[in-house]
Design a protein around this ligand. Sequence first.
Ligand code: SF4
Length: 358
Amino acid sequence: MKLLEEETNKYIFSRKLIDWYDANKRELPWRGISDPYRIWLSEIILQQTRVNQGMDYFLRMIERFPDVKTLAEATEDEVLKYWQGLGYYSRARNLHAAAQMIVRDFGGQMPSDYGQLIQLKGIGEYTAAAIASFAQNAPHPVVDGNVFRFLSRYFGISEPVDTGKGKKLFTSIAGDLMDRSRAGLFNQAIMEFGALQCVPGQPDCRNCPFSDACVAFETNEIARYPVKQNKTTTQNRYFHYFHVRTGNYTYICKRTQKDIWHNLYEFPMIETDRPMPFEELQQEKSFRELFPDIHTPIFRLQIANKKHVLTHRILWANFYEVTLEVLPDSFKNFIRVAENTLEAYAVHRLMQAYFEKE
Ligand code: SF4
């Protein structure tokens, strides 16, 4: 009897959710499609990116890389250039590497099987579940930030969502609630519900189809959920960039170290452990190595203390312009490029900000 009751409740929950979705969903270019490649691309773009911003990127990428093979054959530099401005560049690098794996290991056919998807670089449980369920209706629950928020409020769950235990719990609840015959639809509906109805801040609970049984609404504790363990600390970093000019040329390098913005290009840069005015900076060993014994050229500060916020980090950047007549040896490992070809290189947000100001 209890089982029957649970099944009925599940059915009602799922039915309500899907009815809400049918009436309220946004029309998006990756909706209602079963092509796993397009679903994959859209899911990777939408991680950490708002739909409005992601849409243009999706359309431009699909036009240039219409299938896995085209993506695999492109250079990583080109893929990063298409990704420029979206942030979290490891997504683009992994996308490219996974496309090459698909060509190598799956004959160029994008898989839609969960077990195969999860083997690909950059595809975790969430993305594999999304692709498998949207493309093949496979009953794998997807649990993103929107789903955490909705379920934690609806059931009044205090388990932190940013722990392994919490993720497991919410995934299991979403799996239990899922209408397995319509897994793809259910998953899209629950994500959209969290994104549009059960929003962060002040959701419109009075017009919510779930308000009659929502614990957070009943107890007036909406702001309490989702609970996070939140042990993150923020680190400040201080970058000093040099736009070095010799005639019509300048110098850049690729960030190859294991750090933010891997494989993007930037001007020669010195990092310091605290904010540093130029008078102090020029006494630093790293500065003297980069600009040794030159005839005191003039360093013009073009941008001061430009702030850029990343997850767990705040970056502060100064940009100096300097014209050199004789190039020191320290520049021999930099790439010499004509100023008017800089546009072709994938650069990060701070470099973009500099170009936009120029
Ligand atoms: S009643 Fe409010 S808090 Fe509860 S599910 Fe609906 S929108 Fe979310």
